[in-house]
Design a protein around this ligand. Structure first.
Ligand code: RNT
Ligand code: ZN
Length: 415
């Protein structure tokens, strides 16, 4: 028996919280783990550098160079994080046979069979993303391109990806969340703002017009405020994506790096939940800009988790991580980010949300503030450690030693 945990259990029980039930619920919450942390959003289908106004900075040694290396690294990361997960991959992670190649508009389910095998062996569902960047035809615009040939190319890519997402859903028996994000925008003030958005709208109509099973594939649309080199105008703005998603039955996706620095996604979740049956999130950490730093157990991450849990609508929210740090050990980056978000969910579940709501409704704001502060120093760490151990992963920092060993034995040999 873990005495420290038993003590913590009693403390939380004083607030009406059953830590046993919390640990049960927490283990079931699915976090979608992005494959692209392992290779700085490189992918396997083309040698093109990362483009689209996003950047992975740093050159820590040991980046995965092949599907086998990336899969081994994902396995290492997943062996050190507790609870349920999904795998999130991008179209640029297609795996071709020797000598084979298919351009983005010609991708087929067979190019992702190895990912399906990988997911099935581990009991994971697969989420998916068309890749509208890092490609010669994405040098300027994609779905909003004024060049009809280019626009059509990317429409075909979108449709190909829906078919691949359907294949994932069929093979794994789990919903595939497919997220559309395009980098299209202008560095400087455009003459015509409505034209590109009209073309984006037309392209989306064509993509979703291909017909797909909405029970199996959730098509999401992600907004953005700006990108590097695209500072003045973003085609897929918040208004555009929210409006389009709501009008067309898509799932809006909010990435918390994609808003002005003082806006917070934690405050947006409730509104979107009231107006949409489903919601998707990219959980990241922006530092001064959309920098995609590793997620930490910080105030906004906790507040996002609290909004998810307190809404009682967790099953309607697809929770995916989206960060890429190349300046530290990439596997440690995954593990820290995944554990931090899970810990934030734990913190939310260990909060007496219903009791707090009652205080708010009664106008007892003094007591609410006092209790909110009180909860912060309750022994969450003891519950976290117990949760980790029960779910077969290290509860303490010994996970880091595992990664250091892997770095020495495996990563350092990748030169
Ligand atoms: C870019 C978006 C997008 C990407 C991934 C790789 O700003 O956040 O979600 O990070 O698709
Ligand atoms: Zn994102």
């Amino acid at each position: 028996m873990n005495v420290i945990y038993e003590e913590a259990k009693k403390r939380y029980a004083e607030f009406g919280i059953d830590t046993e039930r919390v640990m049960n619920d927490l283990a079931k919450a699915e976090i979608s783990v992005h494959c692209w942390q392992g290779d700085d959003v490189g992918g396997f289908d083309s040698p093109d550098a990362l483009s689209g106004g996003i950047q992975a900075t740093g050159n820590y040694p040991g980046k995965a160079r092949t599907p086998d290396e990336l899969m081994a690294d994902i396995d290492k990361a997943l062996s050190l994080v507790p609870g349920a997960h999904k795998l999130n991959i991008h179209a640029c992670y297609a795996i071709f046979e020797e000598g084979e190649f298919a351009d983005r508009d010609a991708l087929e389910p067979k190019h992702f069979k190895k990912w399906v095998d990988f997911a099935l062996e581990r009991g994971l569902g697969i989420d998916f993303n068309p890749t509208f960047f890092s490609h010669p035809k994405a040098a300027e615009f994609t779905l909003s391109s004024p060049d009809e040939e280019i626009r059509k190319f990317w429409v075909r890519h979108g449709i190909a990806c829906i078919r691949i997402a359907e294949y994932f859903a069929e093979m794994t028996g789990k919903v595939s969340v497919m997220n559309i994000w395009i980098p299209d925008g202008y560095k400087d003030i455009p003459a015509d703002r409505i034209g590109p958005r009209a073309r984006f709208k037309e392209s989306l109509d064509e993509i979703i017009g291909c017909g797909y099973d909405k029970e199996k594939v959730y098509v999401c649309l992600e907004s953005k405020v700006f990108g590097i080199g695209l500072e003045s105008y973003t085609v897929g703005s918040a208004e555009f994506t929210l409006g389009y998603a709501q009008a067309n039955g898509l799932v809006p996706l909010m990435d918390n790096g994609h808003y002005h620095p003082t806006e917070v996604v934690s405050d947006k979740i409730s509104s979107l939940l009231l107006l949409n049956p489903k919601l998707a999130l990219h959980i990241t950490r922006s530092v001064r800009w959309d920098s995609d730093h590793v997620v930490r157990y910080d105030d906004e991450t906790k507040e996002i988790a609290k909004e998810i849990v307190a809404s009682g609508r967790m099953d309607d929210i697809a929770m995916a991580l989206d960060f890429f740090d190349a300046s530290i050990n990439r596997i440690a980056a995954w593990v820290i980010g995944i554990r931090s978000f899970r810990k934030a969910l734990l913190s939310a579940m260990l909060t007496p949300n219903a009791m707090f709501t009652e205080l708010q409704n009664k106008g007892e704001m003094t007591k609410l503030m006092a209790l909110q502060e009180e909860m912060k120093t309750l022994p969450l760490g003891a519950v976290w450690e117990e949760f980790c151990v029960r779910n077969g992963v290290p509860g303490d920092l010994s996970w880091l030693a595992e990664i250091e060993k892997y770095e020495k034995e495996v990563l350092r040999h990748r030169v």
